[in-house]
Design a protein around this ligand. Structure first.
Ligand code: UDX
Ligand code: ADP
Length: 488
């Protein structure tokens, strides 16, 4: 085709070139609601951002990488990674609101939100070689963001990073005096290779960690809003930034631990007439192996766990499976460690001496709703506290008779008082040993008034309202959470 304007003749080629330019211009001018950038076009960055582009056509999503070959592949018919369903998603959105480019600096300048998804392999040199993460690519990215930013940015950690790297990122970003504000969020990736698209489209949960400042919370809400385009709200969970970073490592450790556990048992099956598939089926049908049995505590007790594990250890040793025996013995060891740690925390918190101090145990049973005290952590803890020459007052709605038998003949002062209000009078500290409902509903102001000062609560079951207790005046020591104390 030829079009003639006076002396100007436009050929097919000219028309094509003009159309291309118009379209590019229209695209540039098209106003997207947000500009999202991802640095690192790998296994995590590529699929994650492709899914965001697919689910949110209103956002412009750009994925950049230092590796031009990789970017060329993302822009071709042969994507650099294979994931079922990924090609369809990329092809649907590429050139519309999904772009792959090597223009990292331009990308940073334009972005409102930057996902950092560069590789963090295991270090192969120097301190921590073979174990620690190699953060050189990640740190380079932080500096690049700082050098090229001209407006405020939300930075989203997407790589697998060890705890506290968000803090390092924040420090690098704010180490110059420009007026740009950065909010660093942690949004760990839980997708598995091979099911990445399915995991991204229908995740078990999306975790977003932020600082608790107004700016941090606002940034967090912006990221929540992006995921809320397709993920049900109840599956988007938020936490502080360190919990979020740590959850990623712990999730993988738990999953890997299950495999190591079943693999360890497979060795025993080979020595006996058991069949690992049958054992795994029976074990896996216990619904508690999901989100249950994850309440950190002062330690497990009861007539079964320790006895059964030690039995398993014995059986493994009998069959010459020393490594497997040690592995399971480790489970018991950690339980002993947890109980001892609880006592040492009490000692440390109470100025390194418990001699002559009066300590009230709330609960003695190995768990709530039973009077059974066999292997209860309260037995070990009572003995250790008495070794430290503390005076004990033991309170429990159902287990006092058993407690008396358990502690019979021990040297030291111990009394048994069922009423928790009376038990706490004149005590220096309360230590919660059992998660009885009763203990959550008590009038702690009244209890506080009756106790010696300063007052301590060691919540070995994390069942009390720690903030409230702190406000009343207690120094509060939960399990696995920062202590709340009135000391400087
Ligand atoms: C256990 C097994 O659960 C049961 O299937 C088996 O047949 C017998 O042994 P039990 O000893 O009654 O049952 O107690 P369980 O409810 O399993 O609790 C064991 C210990 O783990 C308790 O001390 C409990 O307080 C502690 N625990 C449990 C935690 O510390 N955190 C948790 O999240 C759950
Ligand atoms: P992951 O599995 O974590 O996604 P990959 O190795 O698949 O890891 O992808 C990480 C990508 O990050 C690689 O393509 C790498 O080229 C890219 N990358 C590393 N450092 C930078 C950087 N400073 N800027 C941009 N991209 C980077």
């Amino acid at each position: 085709m030829k079009i003639t304007f006076g002396k100007i003749i436009l050929t097919d080629f000219h028309i094509f070139a003009l159309r291309f330019e118009f379209e590019q211009e229209a695209l540039e001018k098209m106003t997207f609601e947000k500009n999202i950038l991802c640095i690192g076009a790998g296994y995590v960055g590529g699929p994650t951002l492709a899914m965001i582009a697919y689910k949110c056509p209103r956002y412009k999503v750009t994925v950049v990488d230092i590796n031009p070959t990789r970017i060329a592949q993302w822009n071709s018919n042969e994507l650099p990674i294979y994931e079922p369903g990924l090609e369809e998603i990329v092809k649907t959105r590429r050139g519309k609101n999904l772009f792959f480019s090597t223009e990292i600096e331009k990308g940073i300048k334009e972005a409102d939100i930057i996902f950092v998804s560069v590789n963090t392999p295991t270090k192969t040199f120097g301190a921590g070689a073979g174990m620690a993460a190699d953060l050189q690519y990640w740190e380079k990215t932080a500096r690049q963001i700082r050098e090229n930013s001209e407006s405020d940015k939300i930075i989203v950690e997407k790589s697998t990073l060890p705890v506290k790297t968000a803090l390092a990122m924040k420090r690098i970003l704010t180490s110059t005096d420009d007026d740009i504000h950065y909010h660093v969020l942690s949004n760990p990736e839980f997708l598995a290779e091979g099911t990445a698209v399915r995991d991204l489209e229908n995740p078990d949960r999306v975790l977003i960690g932020s600082s608790e400042t107004p700016g941090g919370l606002k940034a967090r809400d912006e990221l929540v809003e992006i995921y809320a385009n397709w993920v049900p709200e109840e599956k988007i969970i938020t936490s502080n930034i360190w919990s979020s970073e740590l959850s990623k490592l712990v999730s993988n450790a738990f999953l890997a631990q299950r495999i190591s556990s079943i693999n360890a048992i497979s060795a025993l099956c080979e020595k006996t007439d058991a069949d690992i598939v049958e054992v795994a089926r029976a074990v896996g049908m216990d619904s508690r192996l999901g989100n249950k049995f994850l309440n950190a505590s002062v330690g497990f007790g009861g007539s079964c766990f320790k006895k059964d594990i030690l039995n398993l250890v014995y059986l493994c040793r009998y069959y010459g499976l020393e490594d497997v025996a040690e592995y399971w013995k480790g489970v018991v060891n950690i339980n002993e460690y947890q109980k001892e740690r609880f006592v040492l925390n009490m000692l440390g918190a109470m100025f390194n001496t418990l001699a002559g101090k009066k300590i009230c145990l709330f609960g003695f049973a190995f768990k709530a709703d039973t009077g059974d005290t066999r292997e209860s952590p309260a037995i070990f803890i009572s003995k250790r506290l008495m070794e430290e020459r503390a005076e004990l007052v033991i309170s429990d709605p159902k287990a006092l008779n058993n407690a008396m038998m358990d502690l019979e003949g021990l040297e030291g002062k111990v009394s048994y008082v069922e009423d928790p209000y009376k038990a706490a009078v004149d005590c220096d500290a309360i230590a919660v040993m059992t998660e009885w409902d009763l203990y959550t509903g008590l009038d702690y102001e009244k209890i506080y008034r009756s106790m010696a000062k300063p007052c301590f609560v060691f919540d070995g079951r994390n069942v009390l309202d720690h903030e409230r207790l702190f406000e009343i005046g207690f120094n509060v020591f939960p399990i696995g959470k920062p202590a709340r104390t009135h000391f400087n």
